[in-house]
Design a protein around this ligand. Structure first.
Ligand code: UD1
Ligand code: UDP
Length: 368
């Protein structure tokens, strides 16, 4: 698809909607105006609680969204349908030269579909990640979004291989590094484990946990298995768990909130969360982004999943896939020092991804 409009008049619209999008969009929004490009930030409203949305705009010093579509929650079909309708109305009236989407959430998929149907060029930041597990809603979102994209920005070398296997040509693919890591490096000096710990009354060594993947928390049996695993883990070390709203009801029903050595708190803002993580002995998680952040911070990450779309965090990082049945054993190993920090970081995780993405967009917009 050919770019439309000249550089001066070109409008680039970013579509974001949920917690993991915000640290990814921040460095692009910061760098793009330096290339003389007009931009618009559209928030779909997929996430709407202060802790999952507004607090990131404050912590990351992100400009307020130009528009919030207020789409909210629902089943996949309900939410995607509402996203399609709202994004189409927004984009039809402004006709951006390029729509930029982030990650793998339903807002990403819906924006990609709308752009394609309206003939608006599409860029995908964090393209090419694959868990090869289509039972994950995010995997479907990734595959479809990449298929429809004109510019694909990748965060790690294996992403280009995944895309090439799917017939997505190299000319569209740009290995730019990881914008989420740009955000982490930019704010690293603000991470303060001691003050975060004081806020939540935790003393001494601790582990941080986050859980929200549907495969883990939606099914009562899986949720029960996780609660048992956390109970055993917390016999070894106190666990602080900022709990995503998705898991709250099901994990609580299995007794999570009654575990003596697990402190369940509300989701944290970005700076508080990364402060907690940077002082932790280990992190237990099923998050995508947290696997990357712990790799960068050198904190052992025990990922409660059978796969990861981010294998570079295992090969060149601190990540390890763990089952509920062996969480305590692996954690015990980590606590007793059986953990080797990798000697190098994943390539191009250097804080300059936003700049590279902006440069590619700028060149692309100027192409005759
Ligand atoms: C979404 C993304 C997931 C991402 C996660 C990050 C999809 C398919 N999933 O999952 O990839 O890892 O965000 O956090 O897009 N809720 C609230 N307050 C809110 C938002 C949601 O209470 O501000 C509750 C609602 O009950 C809602 C549920 O959380 O039904 C799930 O929200 P939803 O956005 O559909 O998916 P997430 O599980 O958050
Ligand atoms: N995060 C946060 N507070 C929390 C949990 C997570 O600020 O309580 C941040 C963290 O930086 C993480 C990002 O939100 O990388 C995305 O989180 P999430 O796990 O929700 O999404 P995923 O990466 O799994 O899609």
């Amino acid at each position: 698809m050919e770019p439309v409009g000249d550089r001066q008049s070109a409008l680039v619209t970013h579509v974001v909607g949920a917690r993991p999008n915000f640290p990814k969009v921040a460095p692009v929004v910061r760098n793009l105006p330096r290339c003389g490009i007009r931009q618009k930030l559209v928030h779909t409203g997929q996430h709407y609680d202060d802790a999952l949305s507004e607090s990131f705009f404050r912590d990351l010093d992100l400009p307020r969204p130009d528009v919030n579509l207020g789409v909210g929650s629902g089943t996949h079909a309900q939410q995607t349908a509402a996203l399609l309708t709202a994004i189409e109305a927004e984009v039809r009236s402004t006709r951006p030269a390029l729509l930029v989407v982030y990650g793998d959430i339903n807002s990403t998929l819906a924006a990609a579909l709308v752009a394609s149907k309206l003939g608006i060029p599409l860029a995908h930041v964090e393209a090419g990640l694959r868990s090869f597990d289509r039972s994950m809603p995010e995997e479907i979102n990734r595959v479809v979004t990449d298929r429809l994209s004109d510019l694909l920005f990748t965060t790690s070398p294996e992403a280009a291989e995944n895309l090439s296997r799917e017939g997505i040509t190299e000319g569209k693919v740009h290995f730019v590094g990881n914008p989420m890591i740009d955000t982490l490096l930019k704010h690293r000096d603000m991470f303060d484990p001691q003050s975060a710990l004081k806020k939540f009354g935790v003393e001494g060594e601790y582990a941080v946990a986050t859980l929200h993947r549907p495969a883990n928390v939606d099914d009562p049996e899986s949720a029960a298995g996780l609660v048992t695993a956390l109970q055993k883990a917390s016999d070894l070390i106190p666990v602080v768990l900022p709990l995503h709203p998705r898991g709250r009801a099901s994990l609580s029903a299995q007794g999570l909130t009654e575990l003596g050595n697990v402190t369940v708190i509300d989701p944290l803002g970005y700076i508080d969360f990364l402060s907690m993580v940077s002082g932790a002995r280990a992190v237990i998680t099923d998050s995508g982004g947290v696997q990357e952040e712990t790799t960068m911070l050198g904190i052992p990450c025990l990922t409660m999943r059978t796969n990861t779309e981010r294998p570079v965090t295992i090969t060149t990082g601190t990540n390890r896939l763990v089952a509920p049945s062996n969480l305590a054993e692996v954690l015990n190993g980590v606590i007793s020092g059986q953990f080797e920090s990798p000697s190098q970081q994943p390539p191009l995780w250097d804080g300059n991804a936003g700049e590279r993405i902006s440069a590619v967009i700028s060149d692309w917009i100027q192409r005759p």
